[in-house]
Design a binder for this molecule. Structure first.
Ligand SMILES: Cc1ncc(COP(=O)(O)O)c(C=O)c1O
Length: 487
């Protein structure tokens, strides 16, 4: 490794450290251009430092916790340290909180919902802003009450107060996103925590979209604004190696049985009894993702080296640059707040749409003719997107019936550009320039709609994957004759 960690990293350092930052991609007109990646809200590329650390670690890779060899002892030490680093990243109390590794934020939320001992009248208050991952797991066990938003997408705090009042004594959790994956709006999580605690409820914060962009401090347990439970995903913060983090009260996880059982979760087992280990081991059944944990710790190291404040300031500059330029594209509407004053309260996510061009067609043109990677659709937050699009209940019913019949022609949605800490003004310029071209009808492809999937794509155009990632076909080649046969 040859990295200068003696001084803080600049945003340029972060950009240079992105694996694939110079990747070029083919366009419909035969040109090859540098790729602009604006889908960081889904999953980010990796920092090179993460790969370097991982490569070094893999020399010592071994199963953890019960091995007696040097490699296992080292890997165990590293894995345990990664837990501590992941907890420190959000200000966890090492005594009172536990840090549980799983696959991702979705798994973390399912775990809390699965682990809670529910009463029949229990209520979980969520917001209309939530990703399905912070809505559906609760529906399995409790009555879920959705608190709405205003037209810009801000949480309606009066409606939240009313919901607490209406369900007084029954609300177990207030479960909110730290930042929206559609509008980028950042919720006032500590104020919400105070409200929840005053009502005798706990707060869970889905930090999947907050952790890559903002400094998070869950605050001491005796602080009324303390966040009781929080989760985030490494693949959204430059370490896409399959690990997610759940931080929460150690005492809570110490009670009851884990939701998944098997190897690694017990102190002792008899034919008739099981004594579970203390958390986090109790909650991490099976062989864990040790490389993922190492990668996460390395990514946190880079983010801290740059400083989350610096990253937030850079993303604010990007938004301040991007939003008015997007809004000035003829026929394009930006969803969520656009007022410069309000952009400070957003992470780097902007969703938009043309009045007269289908969102899936716009996304296809951006890819095939601009070399720009965005995302379109409802982004696993259907109720919020429909609210922002002002879809009436009657339209919603009709659209739902069509989708269930396999007709996705008119499926509602938006286009989303989501920035990472490494994106720059020239990435925004490429996006805006292409959107102006689309507005002027200056695209060359003959785009067709696939009714079943709702996607658009230019006729007779396929990407030449072979030229870019030949291993793709190599991995599928049949084995050499005779190879692998028993001798
Ligand atoms: C706000 C929010 N919550 C939860 C998730 C789910 O995260 P994961 O896919 O890592 O489980 C996402 C993913 O996009 C998200 O944006």
């Amino acid at each position: 490794m040859n990295l200068n960690f003696s001084c803080p990293w600049t945003i340029e350092d972060l950009r240079h450290s992105i694996v694939g930052i110079d990747t070029t991609v083919p366009l419909l007109d035969g040109r090859i251009v540098p790729y602009v990646f604006l889908d960081n809200g889904a999953s980010t590329p990796s920092f090179r430092h993460v790969l370097d650390v991982l490569n070094e670690f893999m020399e010592f890779y071994s199963g953890v916790h019960r091995g007696t060899g040097f490699k296992s002892i080292l890997a165990t030490h590293v894995f345990d340290e990664a837990h501590a680093i992941a907890g420190e990243f959000v200000g966890a109390d090492p005594e009172r909180d536990t840090v549980i590794f799983g696959k991702n934020t979705t798994e973390a939320i399912n775990k809390i919902a699965n682990r809670c001992v529910w009463e029949p009248d229990d209520v979980v208050i969520v917001t209309l802003m939530e990703h399905h991952s912070n809505d559906l797991p609760w529906r399995k066990y409790a009555r879920v009450v959705h608190v709405g938003t205003d037209d810009e997408g801000y949480l309606d705090l009066d409606a939240l107060t009313r919901a607490f009042r209406q369900h007084k004594g029954h609300v177990r959790f207030l479960s909110v996103t730290g930042a929206s994956n559609i509008t980028g709006i950042v919720n006032p999580i500590h104020d919400l925590a105070r409200m929840a605690h005053e009502e005798g409820a706990w707060i869970f914060v889905d930090a999947a979209q907050l952790a890559p962009h903002r400094n998070i401090d869950i605050r001491p347990h005796d602080d009324p604004g303390h966040i009781d439970f929080i989760a985030y995903s490494a693949h959204k913060m430059y370490a896409p190696f399959g690990i997610g983090v759940l931080v929460g009260k150690r005492e809570w996880f110490a009670q009851g049985n884990p939701d998944m059982v098997g190897g690694g979760v017990v102190e002792v087992v008899g034919e008739e009894y099981v004594a579970f280990s203390p958390p986090p081991a109790k909650e991490e059944a099976g062989s864990p993702n040790v490389p993922g944990a190492v990668a996460l710790a390395a990514a946190i190291h880079v983010l801290r080296k740059a400083g989350m404040e610096r990253i937030a300031a850079h993303e604010h500059e990007l938004l301040t640059y991007a939003v008015p330029r997007l809004a000035s594209v003829p026929g394009l509407h930006v969803f969520g707040p656009t007022d410069p004053e309000k952009l400070r309260g957003k992470v780097g996510v902007v969703s938009f749409g043309f009045e007269n061009i289908h969102h899936a067609k716009v996304a296809a043109i951006l890819s095939a003719e601009g070399g720009i990677g965005v995302r379109n659709g409802c982004f696993c937050a259907h109720p919020y997107v429909k609210r922002l699009l002002k879809i009436t209940p009657e339209e919603d019913k009709r659209l739902t019936e069509n989708v269930l019949k396999g007709d996705r022609r008119n499926i509602p949605g938006m286009v989303r550009a989501s920035f990472g800490c490494y994106n720059n003004f020239s990435d925004v310029d490429r996006l805006v320039e292409m959107l102006h071209r689309i507005a002027r009808g200056e695209y060359i492809g003959d785009y067709e709609l696939d009714e079943r999937s709702g996607t658009w794509w230019p006729k007779n155009f396929t990407y030449p994957f072979e030229a870019y990632f030949p291993h793709f076909s190599f991995l599928r080649e049949p084995m050499l004759e005779g190879y692998g046969e028993a001798s």
